[in-house]
Design a protein around this ligand. Structure first.
Ligand SMILES: Cc1ncc(COP(=O)(O)O)c(C=O)c1O
Length: 501
């Protein structure tokens, strides 16, 4: 329909001209998307897909306010940051106003990878140290310096791909990690692991430049670190002369609802030394940022080397960045993330009670993970089932992904305009599909399934007016779930034994 090529031709041309390691979603039958609006994407036939995964289109695909800001500035001027321009300083002012006071100096760059690469340079220049502590399963970007510190990637290469200056700390995952929800103080236990690494490193005459962590691990499996972990880890890292880099590329800009930055979930007493931003910052426009303290910035400048970035901080990007911040505020997208996120968690928790395939539900705001398992006790990852579910959802015109080290975690990170109705729609579909899969594999009998169907009808009746769900959320949370500091985790199936899969 008005496209230059049929879908088959597009695919053939892509195979011919685009590098084979650039993968498509749904490789068996890729989607050709030609336009998008809000939380919906449309294919070449006008078919509408509910987008549950696109955290880049943060304030909604093709948001008119952002488009207007971009075109208005493009008509006037776009150039590099060697000229004075008010957009640059105004945007820096507005962006730093969302952060704790000491994070006051910005470097504007063009992608999450550029931001993290620069953050490493800042950290290494600061004290002249080289080594980096990163988390198990972490992904921080695609350039060489970041593949080096991304176990999610370098573990797929040949054995011994880890560089000697890289040290991997356990992921602070209280469902699958080394210290679980039954541990009395997982935050301290995970921080002690960081301390041990530092001590070991120092024994070998090496020095820590940085500890880098996503404020919540996304590719690493939708992991929400226990409160207090960052403070303690930062204390050890600082004592070793290193800095704490919080990677907010996936999870920043109000996605967690209650706070603008996900690291703030750790509490007001925690402030990273460097924060990196990307994806949602420009709502699809390629831009990103590193924010740090005056002290670290001065140390970086002391080398005498100019930092020049052709596109970073150009007037168009800054206009777009400002527009995104304004939309988040005007449309109360943080409030929406909290309301819809809580509702989504609530609906998913009902699924956990019904489906043996659902092992854990975790999330905060519009960042939610569903950990699929073959065995609730052993927590064996249900990798094939997750993939099957993703494909079946696609047939139902719902876009969801499966990620984590075992690719078994359904990953919700939709545009922030996601609604209660969207949440209900996708969970209803997941319910039906899980039932079908469980019956087919013998995890559930046909009788169980009909009980589920009744249960589902009841739930539907109860929630026929999504706006009224807040009451039921607080009731159910109060009865059976834990909601601390904006975190949400269902503890009903917690085993008293520590289990490893
Ligand atoms: C946590 C995190 N950091 C950094 C990056 C790299 O960002 P980009 O792909 O924009 O270079 C990504 C990309 O997925 C990411 O998830």
């Amino acid at each position: 329909m008005g496209e230059p090529y049929s879908k088959a031709e597009t695919l053939a041309l892509r195979r011919k001209h685009i590098g084979p390691s650039c993968k498509v979603f749904f490789a068996k039958d890729p989607l050709k998307i030609v336009r998008a609006q809000g939380q919906y994407m449309f294919d070449e036939n006008g078919e509408k897909y509910l987008d549950c995964i696109n955290n880049v289109a943060h304030v909604g695909h093709s948001h008119p306010y952002v488009i207007k800001a971009a075109t208005k500035q493009m008509e006037l001027l776009n150039t590099n940051s060697r000229f004075l321009h008010d957009n640059l300083v105004q945007y820096a002012q507005r962006l730093t106003a969302t952060l704790p006071e000491k994070l006051s100096v910005c470097y504007f760059v063009n992608s999450g990878s550029e931001a993290n690469d620069l953050a490493l340079r800042l950290a290494r220049q600061y004290r002249g140290h080289q080594d980096v502590i990163t988390l198990e399963n972490a992904y921080h970007g695609h350039v060489t310096s970041l593949i080096d510190i991304s176990p999610y990637k370098f573990n797929q290469l040949e054995k011994d791909s880890k560089k000697e200056f890289v040290h991997v700390a356990p992921s602070p995952d209280i469902y699958r990690g080394k210290y679980r929800e039954d541990h009395p103080d997982p935050a301290s236990a995970y921080a002690e692991e960081v301390k041990k690494i530092i001590e070991e490193t120092q024994k070998n005459g090496r020095k820590i430049a940085a500890f880098i962590a996503e404020s919540m691990q996304s590719c690493g499996g939708q992991v929400i670190p226990p409160v207090g972990y960052f403070q303690k880890a930062a204390e050890y890292v600082h004592a070793a002369g290193g800095v704490f880099i919080a990677d907010e590329v996936q999870v920043g800009f109000g996605r967690v609802g209650k706070h603008f930055w996900a690291f703030q979930l750790q509490g007001e007493d925690f402030v990273p030394d460097i924060v990196t931003m990307g994806k949602p910052i420009g709502n699809g426009h390629p831009m990103s940022c590193v924010v740090t303290t005056r002290e670290i910035a001065e140390a970086f400048g002391a080398s005498g080397l100019e930092y020049f970035n052709t596109f970073g901080g150009n007037p168009v990007s800054c206009a777009i960045g400002m527009a995104v911040l304004e939309v988040i505020e005007k449309e109360d997208l943080q409030g929406n993330a909290t309301r819809v996120g809580n509702y989504l968690l609530e609906l998913l928790t009902e699924q956990k009670q019904k489906h043996p395939l659902v092992g854990d539900i975790r999330g905060v705001g519009l960042f939610v993970g569903v950990d699929l398992v073959k065995d609730q006790q052993k927590r064996t990852p249900a990798t094939a089932e997750a993939l099957q579910l993703i494909y079946k959802l696609k047939e139902q015109q719902i876009l969801l992904s499966a990620d984590g080290p075992h690719r078994n975690i359904l990953k919700f990170k939709p545009p922030m305009c996601f609604t209660m109705e969207d949440a209900k729609h996708v969970v209803d579909k997941i319910d039906v599909l899980l039932t079908e899969m469980e019956v087919a594999t013998g995890m559930k009998t046909g009788n169980d399934a009909s009980t589920n169907a009744q249960c589902e009808r009841k739930t539907n009746e109860g929630n026929s007016q999504p706006e009224s769900v807040n009451e039921s959320i607080s009731h159910i949370n109060g009865a059976a779930c834990r909601q601390e500091n904006g975190f949400y985790s269902d503890k009903r199936s917690v085993s008293s034994k520590r289990l490893r899969t």
